[in-house]
Design a protein around this ligand. Structure first.
Ligand code: ASP
Length: 348
């Protein structure tokens, strides 16, 4: 099924064949994302980037992905500066903005917002996070990261043990990731959360219904053993209203826990931002020198993964390979000071 012209609202829209096609294209786009090659397949196209909720990575990487494909970007952030603050409906906003651009990327704090918005325009809309609902492009880049990390480690995608840790109730990235993981074979998905913040039942049922083993635990010290992937998440305090936050320091993923229980070849991920404030019990910065920590390889993967998606939705994916040329400006060989070992053996 072609993605051309489609709204991308849920990660469940991607089946395994589609994921493999997107990752093959994203692999080709890595040098473009890194500023080593240039393509202009979206020359003349305009992205409208609408972020009605806080964002750093998703907004900047969607915009960078579109720009690196040769397109242009127009954007707005927050509701205070748009006519939504004057009472305009999302449907009216969608119809208007659709007349200004070729693709919309939208983030909004309410779950139903993206459906309401997409129903009011024929211009493709990509969901960049709808409240505690979904975050399909994050799941795409997370799974693309796994494809690259497992490739480097000589592992297949199938048959892996993946531990999702933290606020699995409100974390939209893990909702979308669950759906993508079910597209592979014989996965064991371990959902590790305080009881009050567990993965929604319908997602546990979906994974079981698609033939995977699902385990539920509130003990990271036990549940992370033997995991190929530890995917930590931030407590989504902005979705709690005034309820007290039930998150003990058992959920702090730090060097002492990782050294005690994790595999030597584990891949440690997080959608970011990680909460670095004292007492936050999130993924700790004391892991920064541990090569298992893949969080910045993960953020880097966001550009080629989103480029592959945008090129596919706008129907120019087949033109990319023939359009590439070398960039002429200065770029360091590796973006991060610790990146060299992870890129040396890849094609790029
Ligand atoms: N950046 C991710 C999101 O927007 C994760 C997070 O905020 O915790 O969902």
């Amino acid at each position: 099924m072609s993605l051309t012209g489609k709204h991308i609202l849920s990660s469940d829209q991607f089946d395994r064949d589609e994921l493999e096609r997107l990752f093959e294209l994203a692999d080709v786009l890595v040098p473009v994302a890194r500023g080593e090659q240039v393509t202009r397949v979206l020359e003349g196209a305009v992205l409208a980037s609408l972020f009605f909720e806080a964002s750093t990575r998703t907004r900047l990487s969607c915009e960078s992905a579109f720009l690196r494909l040769g397109g242009a970007v127009t954007s707005t952030t927050g509701t205070g500066v748009t006519s939504i603050s004057k009472g305009e409906s999302l449907a009216d906003t969608a119809r208007v903005v659709g007349g200004y651009c070729d693709l919309v990327v939208m983030r909004h704090p309410e779950v139903n917002s993206i459906h309401e918005f997409a129903a009011a325009t024929n211009v493709p809309v990509v969901n960049a996070g709808n409240g505690a609902g979904e975050h399909p492009t994050q799941a795409l880049l997370d799974t693309f990261t796994l494809h690259r990390e497992f490739g480097r480690l000589g592992k297949t995608m199938d048959g892996r043990r993946i531990a999702l840790v933290g606020d699995l109730l409100h974390g939209r990235t893990v909702h979308s990731l669950m759906k993508l993981l079910t597209r592979y074979e014989k996965m064991t998905i371990v959902c590790v959360a305080p009881e009050e913040l567990g993965m929604p039942a319908e997602l546990l049922e979906l994974a079981e219904g698609r033939g995977h083993q699902v385990e539920v635990s509130d003990q990271p010290g036990q549940a992370l053993r033997e995991a190929d992937v530890v995917y930590a998440t931030r407590l989504q305090t902005e979705r709690f209203a005034d309820k007290p936050v039930p998150y003990s320091d058992d959920f702090r993923i730090d060097r002492s826990l990782v050294e005690r229980v994790c595999r030597e070849d584990a891949v440690i991920m997080h959608p970011l931002p990680r909460d670095s404030r004292p007492g936050a019990n999130d993924l700790s910065a004391d892991l920064n020198q541990d090569p298992r920590l893949a969080i910045f390889r993960q953020t880097d993967a966001g550009i080629p993964a989103r480029m592959a998606l945008f090129a596919s939705v706008l129907g120019v994916a087949d033109e990319i390979r023939g359009s590439l040329r070398e960039a002429r400006w200065y770029r360091p060989s590796f973006t991060g000071p610790d990146d060299a070992p992870f890129y040396r053996n890849s094609t790029r």
